[in-house]
Structures are given as structure tokens and as C-alpha cells.
Write a protein that binds this ligand. Structure first.
Ligand SMILES: C[S@@+](CC[C@H](N)C(=O)[O-])C[C@H]1O[C@@H](n2cnc3c(N)ncnc32)[C@H](O)[C@@H]1O
Length: 159
């Protein structure tokens, strides 16, 4: 049986998340809650001169991410850890990206994770997030059975 989540345009979502990020050579990019690393792989393949990191709590997901990295022949630093206590120095990233992660967290943990994002981002750094959001029209509610994806960035804040 095909899981319902397989029907979602998840890769398109990740590409759309990445597109507005003007990542440059030498930039440090964090994929928060990277899971099996799809977004981190896309980011590194699109920006070979950037240093890409993936953080996730789940060792098994990170193992699967390592397999993807090897297959793609690219280097991404994968770290096991919690979003609420990231193993990174302050002001150490130019970009933080996150897809389909925040809806996993209870509200307090969301706040802790956001505080950590603000801590690790350099001044002027940006956090781009794509996750479930409130459906904005009956069509979207129908299409996604009550939910839809929201994209947020400085150009398109969550409303
Ligand atoms: C639905 S997956 C999304 C993975 C990936 N971002 C993607 O879009 O495919 C959510 C991930 O969040 C991770 N996760 C959940 N709570 C976490 C936390 N507090 N800190 C770090 N990772 C967490 C899980 O281990 C899981 O890999």
C-alpha cells in the first residue's frame, strides 16, 4: 500500500523552499530536522561551494541520510542532536532551512527550537521553513484533507 504521504509533492516543496535562498560559496547552511537528508542533499548539489550541515535526533534517519550522501558523492556534516540544544556555536550559520519538521514539536519545543535557530544564525542570516499550515481555501482543505503547506521567508512570512 502506498502511504498517503507519498502522494504529496514533497520534493517540489523542498525545491521551492531552497529556490529563494541565495546561498553563496563559503556559506554555512543548516538543515534542521534533516531526517534522511533529502533537503540537505538538494542544497549541497545546488551549492557545491557551501558547507551544509544536517541535524536530526534520530540516528537511523541519519544513517539513511549517509547512504544518500554516498550515492550522490557529496559531503554534508550530519549531526545527531536536538533542535532545542543544537551542537553549534552561536552566529555560525548563514542559512537555516527546515522542511516538515516543526509540526512534530509541541509548542514549547517549537519556541526552544526557534530560540536556537536565532542563536546559531549570524546577523543577517535567514531561516526558511516549509511545513504544514492552516488551509487558506476550501480547495486546499479538500486537496490536503484539512491542511496545506506553508512556505515562509522574509519575502513571504507566515500569516
Ligand atoms: C517528518 S521528518 C522530516 C525530515 C526532513 N526534514 C524532510 O523534510 O524529509 C521529521 C524529522 O524531525 C526529527 N525530529 C523530531 N523531533 C526532533 C527534535 N526535537 N530535534 C531534532 N530532530 C527532531 C525526526 O527524527 C525526523 O527525522
Amino acid at each position: 500500500m502506498i502511504p498517503w504521504s507519498a502522494l504529496l509533492p514533497v520534493r517540489l516543496l523542498k525545491e521551492a523552499l531552497l529556490r529563494p535562498a541565495s546561498i553563496q560559496d563559503g556559506h554555512r547552511v543548516l538543515d534542521l530536522g534533516c531526517g534522511t537528508g533529502t533537503l540537505a542533499v538538494l542544497a549541497k548539489c545546488a551549492h557545491r561551494g557551501a558547507e551544509v550541515f544536517g541535524l536530526d535526533a534520530d540516528a537511523e534517519a541519519l544513517n539513511r541520510a549517509r547512504t544518500k550522501l554516498e550515492a550522490a558523492g557529496i559531503e554534508v556534516q550530519l549531526d545527531q542532536g536536538l533542535a532545542s540544544a543544537m551542537p553549534y556555536a552561536g552566529d555560525s550559520f548563514d542559512w537555516a532551512l527546515s522542511s516538515l519538521f516543526f509540526h512534530h514539536l509541541p509548542y514549547e519545543s517549537e519556541l526552544e527550537a526557534m530560540r536556537e535557530v536565532l542563536r546559531v544564525l549570524r546577523p543577517g542570516g535567514e531561516f526558511h521553513i516549509a511545513d504544514w499550515g492552516k488551509a487558506t481555501s476550501p480547495a486546499m482543505r479538500l486537496a490536503f484533507v484539512g491542511s496545506n503547506f506553508s512556505m515562509a521567508s522574509p519575502q513571504q512570512p507566515i500569516t
